[in-house]
Design a protein around this ligand. Structure first.
Ligand SMILES: NC(=O)c1ccc[n+]([C@@H]2O[C@H](COP(=O)([O-])OP(=O)(O)OC[C@H]3O[C@@H](n4cnc5c(N)ncnc54)[C@H](OP(=O)(O)O)[C@@H]3O)[C@@H](O)[C@H]2O)c1
Length: 365
């Protein structure tokens, strides 16, 4: 059986190569062959490539030397199974290669899903090795599965940041600034912060920093109190105790913000690197920020609330968010290799229109 992988050159993400792989028809015990129906693709996937080496993202789906396969969240169905409890036709949500197929070895199978226990994935974080049986997960309905596929991995991070900030009483800040405010992860954070602010009567203003071309989109979301383009940053109020949540990773932007805020910057939370081609700059930064490490916060909340309550709370909040996002984000479908090449190149180069959520399928629909 032939499968197709979209591979990228590890030391130059602008170069990619399509590789055809041949799988034997006969599976080994517990092996399951999945046909990937669709996966979401956002700047987060580019970040997986940018930090692939440091964060081990290339190790999930190894390919030819010097190349890697960027992981993507999506949905696949079983087309062949040699595991007694995994049936042909079942659909699973999880971490997939940018490919037509994935061969896994199923373990720890339950009605909720299974783990891929393939040898090379065992040293990697288990959260990425679990495949959710979407029939058993109320989050997934035919109406929501596109937006859930796009937002679920991003929303969880925003949920964790919101809880981490609330734990610290928002550092008594009166201003929270969010860079790359139009990104999907930032949108989810702004939604959560705006709601938390109302619930607890906290007096901070939420400030969106975004590109000039995305100002109208960000304003229309309705979650931020103020929207400022990067060109207008000098208009920022400097005398407010401030938090930055940085999704952009742009060195010069950090430098400008730190120079304006000085001692009023009380917490600088580094989350994203969408502007990956501008991570370096001439001026040394006055202060290092704090890298947000999601697994620590997951562990803390799961200890406090229990795993089930944690999952319930994230799921409920995600559904609320999705019901709003439906009116601001349209799903855009990309079918086949040529369309994927275009989407990949555009996303790599920052040509991202925030009003679309991109879903790719390399298999014939
Ligand atoms: N640490 C974690 O656990 C974690 C989890 C989830 C996401 N993240 C990170 O959060 C970031 C946002 O991810 P996402 O998937 O939500 O992004 P997204 O929705 O694809 O973001 C699109 C927005 O990012 C900005 N942008 C995109 N590419 C750019 C480029 N090349 N140069 C400059 N600006 C660019 C633009 O926003 P503006 O015009 O508003 O600047 C654009 O509208 C990523 O770096 C992702 O890895 C981290």
């Amino acid at each position: 059986m032939n499968a197709l992988d979209f591979t990228v050159k590890i030391d130059d993400l602008h170069q990619y190569e399509l590789i055809t792989k041949n799988y034997p028809e006969k599976l080994l015990p517990d092996q399951v062959m999945l046909a990937i129906e669709k996966f979401s693709f956002t700047s987060n996937n580019i970040t997986y490539g940018v930090v692939g080496e440091q964060m081990n993202y290339w190790k999930f789906f190894p390919t030819q030397p010097g190349y890697g396969i960027i992981p993507a969240w999506g949905i696949a169905h079983v087309i062949n199974s040699n595991h007694p409890e995994v049936k042909v036709g079942q659909r699973f949500y999880g971490y997939y290669p940018m490919s037509t197929h994935l061969l896994v070895t199923a373990g720890k199978v339950s009605n909720k899903g299974f783990m891929d226990i393939t040898e090379h994935r065992q040293a990697l974080p288990p959260i990425y090795n679990f495949y959710v049986n979407i029939e058993q997960d109320p989050l997934f309905t035919p109406r929501t599965e596109g937006l859930i596929s796009i937002f679920r991995p991003l929303f969880v991070t925003s949920f964790l940041i919101n809880e981490a900030l609330a734990d610290q009483n928002f550092y008594d800040a009166t201003q929270i600034m969010v860079t790359s405010a139009s990104s999907k992860t930032a949108q989810a954070l702004a939604f959560l912060l705006a709601h938390r602010k109302k619930e607890i009567g906290q007096e901070f203003s939420l400030v969106a920093l975004t590109s000039d071309s995305n100002v109208a989109f960000v304003k229309n979301l309705g979650w931020y109190d103020q929207t400022i383009s990067y060109e207008q940053i000098s208009h920022l109020t400097a005398d407010k105790k401030s938090i930055i949540v940085d999704f952009a990773g742009n060195h010069n932007l950090q430098f400008k913000l730190q120079t304006i805020l000085k001692e009023d910057l009380i917490y600088n939370c580094l989350v994203g690197l969408v502007d990956w081609q501008n991570l370096e700059g001439e001026n040394p930064l006055p202060k290092e920020g704090t890298f947000f490490f999601a697994p620590n916060q997951v562990e803390k909340l799961q200890k406090e609330w229990g795993v089930i309550k944690f999952q319930q709370k994230v799921g409920e909040a995600l559904l609320q968010f999705i019901s709003h996002a439906q009116s601001t984000i349209s799903i855009k479908k990309y079918q086949g290799v040529e369309q994927l090449k275009q989407l990949y190149t555009d996303t790599l180069n920052g040509k991202v229109d925030p009003k679309y959520g991109n879903i790719v399928s390399l298999n014939e629909s």
